[in-house]
Design a protein around this ligand. Sequence first.
Ligand SMILES: Nc1ncnc2c1ncn2[C@@H]1O[C@H](COP(=O)(O)OP(=O)(O)OP(=O)(O)O)[C@@H](O)[C@H]1O
Ligand SMILES: [Mg+2]
Length: 373
Amino acid sequence: MIKFEGITKVYNDGFRAVDDLSLHVKEGELLVLIGPSGCGKTTTMKMINRLIEPSEGEIVIEGEEISKKDPVELRRNIGYVIQHIGLLPNMTIGENVALVPKLKKWDKDKYMKRVDELLEMVGLDPQIYRNRYPAELSGGQKQRVGVIRALAADPPIILMDEPFSALDPISREQLQDELIKLQEEIKKTIVFVTHDIDEALKIATRICIMKQGKIVQLGDPEHILRHPINEFVRNFIGEERLSKAKFLPSLSEVLVKPVIAGPNRGLAEAVKIMHDRKVDSLLVVDKNEKLLGLVSVWEIQPHYHEEELKLKDIMKEDIPVVQSNQSLIEAIKISSEQRVRFLPVVTDSNQLIGVITRASLVDVMAGKYGDVI
Ligand SMILES: Nc1ncnc2c1ncn2[C@@H]1O[C@H](COP(=O)(O)OP(=O)(O)OP(=O)(O)O)[C@@H](O)[C@H]1O
Ligand SMILES: [Mg+2]
């Protein structure tokens, strides 16, 4: 979606604020840029909508080099939210939100409807707030308006530079929650700058940790918590969060013993094993415990009378599995995406080491780790 290719920004005084940065922001993700003050976050972000021009390198959005585009047109297609959102004081909330749609020459009916929809989306009753002026709103309400103003013309990309940092902790939490919900619904590509590691861990699809104009580590929150790449990242995250993260159970802690059978077992034998162990499926493994497939009672039933058939003849071979070095979060994702009730866990040489069942996951999710997850 957005590709930085060897981007460097040297300011007029010779200061190298961004140093040979390459980064691919994927479509639909919420990428958080984080790092100490002065590390180049805002500079990086402002190069996306050409408020700042790079000294070297190229930024490509959906295959097009942005240096070749008209900056004004570019900005109309990129929402932008900043810390002090700068609503226009002599325009009503409705007029503020409708600004870009008007510039894009939308019909009045269409943008009025859009304004109301967006106000409702962030819990501001349009009847009350549409005609108010910015000075008649609280800080948190103004910030909500800033966010929906950036969304108004439905741009595919939204840039947010510390949008919540001036708010009190409660409004801040609320807006973070709303942003997560919004992102799930509208799937925009969002680049979000923050100083606050808790905010980053809460909202990010991926976190990009920067220092002195360079990327130190880029990864999803889970990965960064589990595998901070160096001392700088460890310090940045803080020991307390890291030690909390250690309490996240690993896959191996939620494994249960699989019910298995060899590929040459007959169907009647398989049914007996299932009956004895009170399960409705078997994992088929070879003599080295390598996973071959899965057979459930539903697949056996139509073939039951065919005495010559073995498990290897009817097993499903292409089944979702999780690798033993993947995280619990990844396992949960796979099981919900694939809608399976249990997931075999295999090593990189496909050896079966256990299964995760829905019941074992629920125990973990609902258990004492709930607040950490
Ligand atoms: N116009 C400018 N001329 C010279 N140096 C600049 C200019 N704008 C920013 N810088 C410097 O470039 C560096 C990066 O600035 P930038 O605003 O990108 O940092 P940041 O990571 O967003 O910091 P913060 O967290 O404080 O907002 C800083 O050292 C800053 O002083
Ligand atoms: Mg900044």
